[in-house]
Design a protein around this ligand. Structure first.
Ligand SMILES: Nc1ncnc2c1ncn2[C@@H]1O[C@H](COP(=O)(O)OP(=O)(O)O)[C@@H](O)[C@H]1O
Ligand SMILES: [Mg+2]
Length: 246
């Protein structure tokens, strides 16, 4: 029945609908481990799909076959002796692959891309946490990511202690399920403090792109807040003249 098939067709942001912009909408999620990124991405993806949007969910590191291998190397606590520059290089190797294989094609098809961590994570963890500084990260982003900046970034900054507790609980569960992604979790509180502070710095530097969700609110409350934010941005990105330069 053609009518029913049409009803199920996802809404995509075709060039005609976006005044010549052949792009979907690129949304990234940031925050410390345990801040609720994966939880909120799952909920938002479901909410957007219910509203008829075509959604692609991915994560970094990972999200491609090559990326999953890089992820294992980066996050496995048995990985030893990784120089901070090697770590930085691997993060961007993963990102370049994710952009080429998943993100760019999805955006070109007009889809909404939800990405769990992106360059802000590298700036916060390698730039801040490892002390490599922002400049090298931003330069690599410029050179390796083809200028692909998110349309919107949701930064989940729950209380510092709360985030650490959640991350430890979650990683305890993951470890008993046979997954080991604890290399970063093994870092001390000072490392996380530097990551946290760098996230704040990024948010202050780019207030138009980065929306900070502060505090220890419930999963449902944060979800509603995110839905509102995203709907407002999507409406804005469809206005004439928006994004034509990208
Ligand atoms: N707002 C919240 N309040 C309480 N618990 C939360 C909240 N958001 C997430 N959690 C819980 O914290 C843990 C980590 O959440 P998760 O989404 O995996 O974080 P991330 O992907 O950022 O590491 C999970 O057990 C999740 O259910
Ligand atoms: Mg997660």
């Amino acid at each position: 029945m053609p009518g029913a098939a049409w009803f199920r067709m996802p809404v995509v942001y075709t060039p005609a609908m976006t005044q010549g912009r052949p792009r979907g909408f690129f949304l990234t999620f940031e925050g410390l481990d345990g801040s609720g990124k994966s939880t909120q991405i799952r909920r938002l993806a479901a909410a957007l799909e219910t509203r008829g949007h075509a959604v692609t969910v991915t994560r970094q590191p990972g999200g491609t076959r090559v990326g999953d291998r890089i992820r294992a190397l980066l996050l496995d606590s048995r990985t030893e002796g990784l120089d901070p520059m090697t770590e930085l290089g691997l993060m961007f190797s993963d990102r370049a692959q994710g952009i080429a294989e998943v993100i760019r094609p999805a955006l070109e098809a007009g889809r909404i891309v939800l990405c769990d961590r992106y360059t802000d994570s590298t700036e916060a963890y390698q730039g801040g946490g490892r002390g490599l500084g922002s400049e090298i990260v931003l330069r690599m982003h410029e050179n390796l990511c083809g200028g692909l900046d998110p349309d919107l970034t949701i930064l989940l900054l729950a209380g510092f202690e709360r985030s650490l507790t959640r991350a430890r609980r979650r990683n305890g569960r993951a470890a008993s399920a046979g997954q080991d992604e604890n290399r970063f979790e093994a870092e001390d509180a000072a490392f996380y403090r530097r990551v946290y502070d760098k996230y704040r710095e990024i948010a202050a530097r780019e207030p138009d792109r980065v929306e900070v969700i502060e505090g220890d609110k419930s999963i449902a409350f944060i979800h509603q807040e995110i839905v509102k934010l995203v709907e407002a941005r999507l409406a804005r990105s469809r206005e004439p003249g928006q994004g034509a330069e990208r």
